[in-house]
Write a protein of this length. Structure first.
Length: 86
C-alpha cells in the first residue's frame, strides 16, 4: 500500500523492463493509453498523453504532394491509384 499523500509507491522493474502502475494511480487511464516518460534530475515522471498533444502533433504534419495531385478528389484518386474499402 502507499506511504501517504505526496509519497509514491515502491514498484519493481521486471526482466523485460516493465513496470506495473499501482491501482491508486490508474484513475483516468485505460489499456492502450499513451504515457509520456520524462526525466527530471534523478526523477522519472510518467504522465498521460493528452488528446490536445495528439491533435497538435496531427496538425503539425505537413504533406507534400505534386501540384497535379492537389485537386484530386477522393473518388478519382481511388480509381487512379487502386484504393479499396474494407
Amino acid at each position: 500500500m502507499g506511504w501517504g499523500v505526496g509519497v509514491g509507491e515502491k514498484v519493481k522493474i521486471d526482466e523485460r523492463w516493465r513496470v506495473v502502475i499501482p491501482k491508486r494511480f490508474r484513475k483516468g487511464l485505460k489499456p492502450r493509453d499513451e504515457l509520456i516518460v520524462e526525466r527530471r534530475g534523478s526523477d522519472i515522471i510518467l504522465r498521460k498523453r493528452e488528446r490536445k498533444d495528439i491533435l497538435n502533433e496531427f496538425h503539425n504534419i505537413k504533406l507534400i504532394v505534386e501540384d497535379e495531385l492537389k485537386n484530386l478528389g477522393a473518388e478519382e484518386g481511388k480509381h487512379r491509384y487502386g484504393g479499396y474499402k474494407e
